[in-house]
Design a protein around this ligand. Structure first.
Ligand code: GLY
Length: 252
């Protein structure tokens, strides 16, 4: 069970956020309303939500998930890999330090939280443009002494591992067709989300409820078919800059 979340308000500069999709610029004011709704849902699901102010100079600053990997015993602060994002982690560290011991992953490696999927004490680290094997090793050094088992995952070429694979409770994953082939995931129930609903692979599981992005009926039906509670949220303005539901918070 999670009891806390950290989020950060989008900055007006989000219109210049990194993106690989061609959906136009986000509407900043709509994004603020969607962010409010996101924080309200987390609160409704029982989390004490710390909402940090936007950080000037960082268009992607609302995607706080990339700045840290938070486990029960420790939080690992990442160096962030995208040059325009390096530095976002500095203001997250003192906030997390109020709740956990923190360890810094060195800036010589590449590691972002969006590549790290934690299911109980198993931690899957996707190797991507943002996370390399040295980043995996550095995280392993921090987490293994606390009983976590880490696996490096050679995955498909997406922005982050959690672009393609997410946990929705009951030993079940949402996966891309490509990641459905990964041997390390075969002990999970797997629901394949096809490319026409690819964005909905990034659902967020919080305390027995799955938050599903609005506009993806097939995925919503598949998730509901597992018997889990669902909440649907419109996060269209974050989708325009490659941000999903998990990206918008750190949960612990
Ligand atoms: N726009 C989110 C990212 O590229 O990190």
């Amino acid at each position: 069970m999670f009891t806390r979340a950290i989020t950060r308000r989008p900055s007006e500069e989000m219109v210049d956020g990194l993106t690989t999709v061609n959906r136009g610029k986000p509407d900043f004011y709509l994004a603020l309303r969607q962010h409010d709704a996101y924080c309200q849902v987390l609160t409704h699901l029982g989390l004490d939500v710390t909402v940090l102010p936007a950080e000037p100079g960082y268009p992607d600053c609302c995607f706080v998930e990339d700045t840290a990997i938070v486990c029960d015993q420790v939080a690992a602060i990442t160096p962030l890999s995208a040059p325009s994002r390096q530095g976002e982690q500095q203001s997250i560290e003192p906030v997390l330090a109020q709740f956990k011991p923190v360890a810094r992953i060195p800036p010589s490696v590449r590691l972002e939280g969006g590549d790290v999927l934690q299911v109980e004490n198993e931690v899957y680290v996707g190797l991507s443009d943002r996370t390399n094997h040295d980043g995996f090793t550095a995280l392993k050094t921090v987490l293994e002494p606390h009983g976590y088992r880490l696996k490096a995952m050679a995955c498909c070429p997406s922005l982050h591992f959690k672009t393609d694979v997410n946990y929705i409770g009951n030993q079940t994953l949402l996966v891309s067709p490509c990641c459905n082939e990964l041997d390390a995931l075969t002990h999970f129930n797997r629901i394949v989300v096809e490319d026409d609903e690819a964005y909905a692979r990034n659902c967020l599981y919080v305390n027995g409820t799955v938050i599903v992005p609005e506009g993806f009926p097939e995925t919503l039906a598949k998730v509901r078919g597992t018997g889990v509670e669902t909440v649907v949220l419109n996060v269209s303005e974050f989708e325009k800059i490659d941000g999903g539901l998990t990206c918008l918070s750190l949960r612990f």
